[in-house]
Design a protein around this ligand. Structure first.
Ligand code: URA
Length: 202
């Protein structure tokens, strides 16, 4: 089972690597960047979804390995987990130039791959990092909270229906935002504790 999921994820990653129609493909090639598909346990109970890779991620091909990633690692250890116990990915799999916000077209292009990652891994909870990932997941699963702000929804345990059954969704502030706003970091640390109830299965 594990090998099947791992192989399916690798196959999917290869598809994204060859996605020449992506508006970010040329930029990736020109800068010798890697596509960042996601990493962690293919059986993770907790899936983290961020926005898009930054420069360190694009250089290494791994999600959340820069400054924001170090904070994420620290937050994970605060609930007794490490990166291998969870799955970490982004909506957009290639770095947008100068870390600009992803465009709607880019989000749409990578959308099927993220949905396939969710369907394959079947997490019990999706923790969204930042407003883009929150909006994506709330819209995708048609949650009644759609359109509400992250300042209202952060740290709340929301319920969603997927093709494989009911799951929880926890919107969190983006760790990069928490890095330069002290009170957001405190809030993020506090909100993270909501995930503790899912750590038994991780
Ligand atoms: N920010 C993100 O949203 N994702 C990463 O992988 C790194 C930084």
């Amino acid at each position: 089972m594990d090998q099947n999921r791992t192989a399916a994820l690798e196959k999917m990653a290869e598809e994204v690597r060859n996605l020449r129609e992506s508006p970010l493909y040329e930029y990736r090639q020109a800068h010798n960047y890697a596509m960042v598909f996601g990493e962690g346990s293919p059986h993770a109970a907790i899936m983290f979804i961020g926005e898009a890779p930054g420069q360190t991620e694009a250089k290494t091909g791994r999600p959340f390995v820069g400054a924001a990633g170090r904070l994420l690692n620290d937050l994970l250890s605060s609930i007794g987990l490490n990166r291998e116990a969870v799955y970490i990915t982004n909506i957009v799999k290639d770095r947008p130039p100068e870390n600009r916000d992803p465009t709607p077209a880019e989000i749409q292009l990578y959308q099927p791959f993220l949905l396939r990652q969710i369907e394959l891994i079947q997490p019990q909870v999706i923790a969204t990092l930042g407003r883009f990932a929150m909006d994506f997941v709330l819209n995708q699963f048609n949650l009644p909270e759609q359109g509400q702000k992250i300042s209202v929804l952060h740290g709340k345990l929301l319920q969603a229906q997927t093709s494989y059954g009911p799951i929880s969704v926890v919107p969190l502030f983006h760790p990069a935002v928490a890095l330069y706003t002290r009170d957001k970091e405190a809030t993020l640390r506090n909100d993270f504790q909501v995930l503790k109830q899912f750590t038994e299965q991780s």
